[in-house]
Write a protein that binds this ligand. Structure first.
Ligand SMILES: Nc1ncnc2c1ncn2[C@@H]1O[C@H](COP(=O)(O)OP(=O)(O)OP(=O)(O)O)[C@@H](O)[C@H]1O
Length: 308
């Protein structure tokens, strides 16, 4: 649905984004994660056609942003970091005004605004002046304006920044709900938020894309286990390598005297049973009590820290 190919954006001599290629598939909620200055806002501004890339192409659906900006922009609703709200207007008047700008047929506009107000839980403030609303409500009005004209894609720049914990939870709920009917790309520097909401996360660092991770991937057939047991490392390694399910075994430093610590890559299970059960039985059989055994997984946090 959104495709960037070798996109670079220079601000004079300062790189905002460097040779980034990425794809956001239709119907997914995708998170753009990075520290301050990583290039998140730059990427979103390029995708929304706010400015052109210095090099590379931006495609929205089957259209090229440079060749057909109007068609591309019609497909996108955008919540910028600072939502463009008219403080002196009421919520309802403002949304009707945005519908007019987006050329929603006047007759349908009223029902459309009602629907958006319902979806964004703005009913109780619909007649209030925007300037008098709390930050949480203002942010929801920002999302509501992005929804005017029913764009297929929603781009949200740091939608939870500055919200209190309760407003943050409500905003995440809303994003989840929006993801049922829209392709959503949002930026954040909060790992747990991205993990909770997204099916894919794209990590940016210093203007480059360093990872694109599918968070829906099923657990793999192989597991990495870390085992600490009493005994000499050579003896334990030899014994464990004898198990059919163990594909690779290496020793690492153990913090406990008289023990060895091993990292094993194993088939999670084979015809002999689960790898963990087999390891347990084998070590019990050679009188090597287990002090610790656990699965080693790269958490999103580890991946993020390693890459940024
Ligand atoms: N208008 C500009 N002129 C010059 N440099 C800019 C401009 N906008 C952004 N930059 C630079 O481009 C790089 C990427 O900035 P960008 O705002 O895209 O990062 P970000 O990930 O959105 O950061 P933040 O989380 O702080 O908003 C930074 O080094 C920034 O200083």
């Amino acid at each position: 649905m959104i495709r960037l190919e070798h996109v670079t954006k220079m601000y004079g001599s300062i790189p905002g984004l460097r040779d980034v290629s990425l794809h956001v598939p239709k119907g997914q909620i995708v998170g753009l994660l990075g520290r301050n200055g990583a290039g998140k806002t730059t990427a979103l501004n390029l995708i929304t056609g706010y400015f052109p890339p210095t090099e590379g192409t931006v495609r929205i659906g089957d259209k090229d942003m440079l060749a057909d900006p109007r068609a591309c922009k019609r497909m996108i609703g955008y919540l910028p970091e600072k939502p463009p709200l008219y403080d002196e207007m009421t919520v309802e008047d403002f949304l009707s005004f945005v519908c007019e700008l987006r050329e929603v047929v006047r007759k349908a506009s009223r029902a459309h605004v009602d629907e958006i107000i319902e979806l964004c839980a703005l009913k109780e403030v619909r007649h209030r002046v925007i300037g008098h609303l709390s930050k949480g409500y203002r942010q929801r009005v920002g999302i509501a304006q992005a929804l005017c004209g029913s764009p297929e894609i929603l781009i949200l720049d740091e939608p939870t920044v500055g919200l209190d914990p309760r407003q943050t939870v409500e905003m995440r709920e809303l994003i989840r709900k929006l993801g049922e009917a829209h392709t959503v790309l949002f930026s954040s520097h909060i790992l747990s938020e991205v993990q909770q909401l997204c099916s894919r996360v794209i990590i940016l660092n210093e203007g480059r894309m360093v990872q694109s991770i599918d968070l829906t991937e099923k657990p793999k057939d192989t597991v990495r286990l870390r085992v600490r047991a009493v005994g000499r490392k050579e003896a334990l390694l030899n014994a464990l390598k004898g198990l059919q399910c163990v594909q690779q075994a290496e020793s690492v430093n153990s913090p406990e005297e008289g023990t060895a610590e091993l990292v094993l890559t194993c088939l999670a299970a084979d015809e002999q049973g689960r790898a963990t059960d087999q390891i347990f039985q084998l070590l019990a059989g050679i009188n090597a009590p287990i002090r610790m055994m656990g699965e080693e997984r790269d958490s999103l946090e580890e991946i993020f820290l390693r890459n940024t």
